[in-house]
Design a protein around this ligand. Structure first.
Ligand code: HEM
Length: 463
């Protein structure tokens, strides 16, 4: 048969196939994509987003297109969402949206870490993490946290310090305490050396050749795994009832985790716990310094706790019921979480074509719930730019306040984070004052929002 004859024969079928693929839309294709622009091929709008404050980029788009819009960032088509309902929808539908991270980050933290998973494995890990960090389990840790607070504050007194760096030292120690319990002190220095190298490479270009930060970080990651393997094997020779920490929760026979899974998740929890809590503490120090009446109210509340203890001849160390009396201080934490919104957004990926509010979110696209824009919207919070802890005397509208995320992957460490902040603020405000060194304004992202240069201060005793 000649080519022309073959073409003539198949032409009607070919026409039908082409016509169908162009004009007979599948269920998904009937829907429009959200409004917005995709920028240049491949690079999309990455430069626009990073050449300015990312939040200005987002809020300009929201003004123009509304609470759901499309863009193209870091080589990926994305849908950004900034309404509380849409954020709740995306974060609570794990069957439609999965967490997504660059492969280099997965390699660095460990592929088996909780953040990267869904389904039964994820649910098991969450159960193990939550049982270590729920209020009943962390109540007993207060006196240990208090000792860490006191030794940190003593070592900063009379010195000029970079608040963020010192807060990182504090939150690192608390993280190790909750993971390794009383053995923390034995491993601190080795873990610190490796973890700090790993961290320096986390945001570097993922080029694994000798000399690069990434290469050093990957080497440190390997060493960290060896140290953890050693710790796990030492723990196997101890009586389980001696411990009540994350490692024992992971090593419980019923947990069914391999040593590698345990190591990946320990590194993951240190990563999740440390810079986040340290950034929030740094912002609190900044806001308290800028708002003397709030600082006074917090100090008064904390001094009242000491007075009550003295009057009733109670032991001086803090206990769980003391922390429940810290209402003003807790509102300062909430307002700081809102204003600073240290995690501006998170990433999910659509696992299938999803219809939302008449728009198509195509399979494979990234979806970004914009926490900071939700927290800074005047629809949700009156005068959103103002630091005003008293706004939390009334509960915020549902789903408008999600500093710890929402749904399946919401932060399991939020109670520990709040507790360590309360204990630090108790001692900071009752015994010390501070002055900021240099420029007082400006935000840097690394990747968490932080006051410029990590907030250098001089800390001095009140007496
Ligand atoms: C103020 C400090 C903290 C903030 C603002 C914070 C915020 C968050 C947010 C927003 C998420 C959800 C991310 C997403 O959905 O993509 C998250 C997840 C997580 N956080 Fe936190 N966090 C803090 C402290 C901590 C601490 C102290 C720990 C551990 C003790 C911790 C452990 C985790 C873990 C393990 C996850 C992953 C949960 C999962 O994937 O199921 N975080 N955190």
């Amino acid at each position: 048969m000649e080519l022309a004859t073959i073409l003539c024969f198949f032409a009607p079928f070919l026409f039908l196939v082409i016509f169908k693929s162009f004009f007979s839309p599948s269920k998904g294709r009937e829907l429009p994509l959200p409004p917005g622009t995709m920028g240049w091929p491949y690079i999309g709008e990455t430069f626009q987003m990073y050449s300015q404050d990312p939040n200005v980029f987002f809020s300009t788009k929201i003004k123009r297109y509304g609470s759901i819009f499309k863009s193209h960032i870091l080589g990926c088509p994305c849908v950004m969402i900034s309404s509380p309902e849409a954020a709740k929808f995306v974060l609570n539908k794990p069957q439609l949206f999965k967490p997504t991270f660059p492969a280099s980050k997965e390699r660095m933290l460990g592929k088996q870490a909780i953040f990267f998973h869904q389904g039964a494995y994820h649910a098991n890990l969450r159960r193990l993490v939550l049982r270590t960090f729920m209020p009943d389990a962390i109540k007993d840790k207060i006196s240990n946290i208090e000792s860490v607070v006191q030794s940190c504050l003593n070592s900063w007194e009379g010195k000029s310090i970079t608040t963020f760096l010192e807060m990182k030292t504090f939150t690192f120690k608390v993280a190790l305490l909750s993971i390794f319990g009383k053995d923390e002190i034995l491993y601190r220095e080795d873990l610190k050396r490796c973890y700090y190298t790993l961290e320096r490479g986390y945001n570097s270009m993922p080029i694994n050749v000798p000399g690069t930060l990434f290469h050093k970080a990957m080497k440190a990651r390997k060493e960290l795994a060896q140290i953890l393997a050693q710790i796990i094997s030492t723990r196997r020779n101890k009586k389980p009832e001696e411990y009540n920490d994350l490692l024992s929760s992971f090593m419980d026979e019923k947990a069914g985790l391999s040593d590698e899974q345990i190591a990946d998740n320990i590194i993951g929890v240190i990563f999740a716990a440390r810079d986040t809590t340290a950034s929030v503490l740094t912002w609190i120090v900044k806001y308290l310094g800028e708002n003397p009446s709030v600082l006074e109210a917090v100090t008064e509340e904390q001094e009242a706790i000491i007075r009550d203890k003295e009057e009733s001849c109670e032991e001086m160390g803090l206990n769980w019921s003391d922390t429940k009396k810290m209402l003003v201080t807790s509102r300062v934490i909430q307002e700081t979480l809102r204003v600073a919104s240290i995690l501006s957004f998170t990433f999910r990926e659509a696992m299938e074509d999803v219809e939302y509010q008449g728009y198509l979110i195509p399979k494979g696209w990234k979806v970004l719930p914009l926490f900071r824009n939700i927290h800074h919207s005047a629809d949700n919070f009156k005068e959103p730019q103002k630091f005003d802890p008293s706004r939390f005397e009334v509960a915020p509208k549902p789903n408008t306040f999600m500093p710890f995320g929402n749904g399946t992957h919401a932060c399991p460490g939020n109670e520990l984070a709040k507790l360590e902040i309360l204990v630090l603020l108790h001692h900071l405000t009752t015994k010390y004052r501070w002055s900021v060194i240099g420029a007082k304004n400006g935000i840097q992202y690394g990747p968490f929002a932080l006051p410029q240069n990590g907030l250098p201060i001089t800390l001095y005793s009140k007496k």
